[in-house]
Structures are given as C-alpha cells and as structure tokens.
Design a protein around this ligand. Structure first.
Ligand code: CP
Ligand code: NVA
Length: 316
C-alpha cells in the first residue's frame, strides 16, 4: 500500500510524473479529458487543526476527481474521545477509499497508515507538511522549466533560503524536500530554533545526514538564493510560546532590504497564512516577485495528482 506521509515516499522519477500530471490537470481543469480517477470513491479527511487552503483544496480536488469528500473534525468522531488510532483506521478502511489527515504527531499518520488498508496522505503534522512542499516545488518549476520540459529537473542546483522558525514542520519538510529535488537549502533563525536533534536523526535515516546549512545570519542565508521562504513564527499548537517566539525571531523577518540581498530574480514564497509585520513585511508580500497565491492555487492541482497516483481501483 502506497502512502504519502513524507516527501521521500515518492522517488524522483515518481515526483517527475506527479508534477507532469499536475501540470496536465491544471491546464485541462474542468474538461472531461481529466477523467474521474476517484469515481465511486469517498475520501475521508480527519482534521485536528484549523485549515483554509488544505481543507478547501482537498475537498474541491476530491470532488473534481469524481469522488466524495467526507470532512471529519477529530472531535466529532470517537477518535476524539479515545477510540484508538488503529481501530479508527480499520473501521474507516471498510467505508472509504482514502484518508487525508491533519494532526499533531507524525506517529499518528504513520499508525493510521500501518493499521488501515487504504492510502493515507499527511495534510500537516507538527513534523512535516509534504503536500505543501511538493506544491511549492511545482510552483517554482512552472517558472524555471522550459515549456513542456521536465519540471523536476528545473529545480536542480537551485538554492532556497528558509527564514524564521527553522525547527518547524515547514523547515523540516523543506530540508527533506530540497535534498530529494536536488536543491540547496540554507536556513537562518535563532540558535534555539535550529533544526532539532530528532529531525537530524530522521534526516540521517533518510540518507541526507547534515545536508543543509544553518546560520544565525539572515543575510548569509539569502545570499545567491533563488527563493526566499518563510512561515509563521507561531505554528499551530505553539500559541503559549507566542511572546517568546515573536521576540527571539524578530531579526529574521523578511524585509524588502533582506529580500533584495537574494538573487535579483529571486521569488518570495510563504505557505500562508501570513502574519504581516511579523515574519514578513506587507510590502514584500505585495511584490511582483511574491508568488504566494500561485502557491495556494497549486495545492489543488498537485494534490489532485497525488491522489490520482495513490488511488486504489474502486471496490463498489
Ligand atoms: N498552507 C496551509 O497548509 O494552509 P492551511 O493551514 O490554511 O491549510
Ligand atoms: N508551521 C505552520 C504551517 C501552517 C500551514 C503551522 O504548523 O501552523
């Protein structure tokens, strides 16, 4: 059973195919030749955290692929009252054809995948956000690849600079993704928020030990960068640390001056939601080279390609 729980669940040739399919689905959106690979299927979405982009893009995407999305707030199902993750996976596997899960612990998506008999997609955990990283990479490649050329190949050797909370799910996922895609990654943030020991062990187990640069100097990170990327400083679940985080991360906000220190043709990217005045200035979000809403839109196309790739033949 194939799942998408982390970036490396697909090999580079498979990523290349997913990107090509996403490009095709994007260009033909709404036309019958897109097909209905999820026809007669229901995909459940278990969310334990808030979401705008992920929830809407998956619900719309499942529908556009011919399937039925079933949104389940964790607190509305027995999982929220202590039914085991394993029994939840076994029961849902009898009803639905795929699971999209947003939760806290990476172990929870792994346990759902191990116990069930349907594909599971990680729609964000505290540790990783792989759907976002694939989408971001696709969004860059749309700009860098020759028309009709291989999207993944266009990422090779490019440099991404990630600023702010470099211990969060987005930073972890970008380190793993950059290595998978053949990109270079440099991260700048407070030393107290450097990539964690847990993440470093995970990265080593994935075969990419130490394959990133970490610095406390934001200007060093953005030097020669093709993309300047940031994320919120207070991730979901970290609200109690808000004041401490805003204070310690304040030197790492993306200002127009910092962005100008990257390559002249660099792009600004952010997974959103943004908190202007914290991790990024409004003026940077508004720049012509800010491609944040293309990123948001591409969640739909890339996740449709991922679901179409993972979907099992319909049983009913
Ligand atoms: N970027 C992202 O995952 O956004 P949501 O939290 O709105 O889904
Ligand atoms: N790091 C953020 C990403 C939101 C898409 C969070 O986990 O809240």
């Amino acid at each position: 059973m194939k799942h998408f729980l982390k970036e490396t669940d697909f090999t580079p040739p498979e990523v290349s195919e997913i990107f090509a399919l996403a490009r095709d689905l994007k260009s033909k959106r709404g036309r019958p030749e897109c097909g209905r690979p999820l026809a007669q299927q229901t995909w459940a979405m278990i969310f334990s955290k808030s979401s705008t982009r992920t929830r809407v893009s998956f619900e719309v995407g499942i529908h556009e692929l011919g399937g039925n999305p079933l949104f389940l707030n964790k607190n509305d199902i027995q999982l929220g009252r202590g039914e085991s993750v394993e029994d939840t996976a076994r029961v849902l596997s009898r009803f639905v054809h795929g699971l999209v899960v947003r939760t806290y612990e990476q172990a929870e998506v792994e346990r759902l995948a191990a116990a069930g008999t349907i594909p599971v997609i990680n729609a964000l955990t505290d540790f990783l956000h792989p759907c976002q990283i694939y989408t971001d990479a696709f969004t860059m490649a749309e700009r860098w690849a020759a028309p009709g050329g291989d999207l993944l190949a266009s990422l090779k050797g490019r440099k991404i600079a990630f600023l702010g909370d470099t211990a969060c799910n987005m930073a972890n996922s970008w380190i793993l993704g950059a290595n998978l895609f053949g990109m270079k990654i440099s991260l700048a943030g407070p030393a107290a928020f450097a990539p964690t020991a847990e993440f470093q062990s995970f990265l080593a187990a994935e075969g990419y030990a130490g394959r990133y640069e970490f610095t406390t100097d934001p200007y060093q990170a953005v030097k020669d960068a093709d993309v300047v990327y940031t994320d919120v400083w207070v991730s979901m679940g970290k609200e109690e640390e808000k004041q401490e985080r805003l204070a310690i991360m304040s030197p790492y906000g993306v200002t127009a001056e910092l962005f100008a220190a990257a390559k002249p043709d660099a792009y600004f990217m952010h997974c959103l939601p943004a908190h202007p005045g914290e991790e990024v200035q409004q003026a940077v979000l508004d720049l012509p080279r800010s491609i944040i809403f293309d990123q948001a839109e591409n969640r739909l196309h890339v996740q449709k390609a991922i679901m179409a790739t993972l979907a099992l033949p319909s049983r009913n």
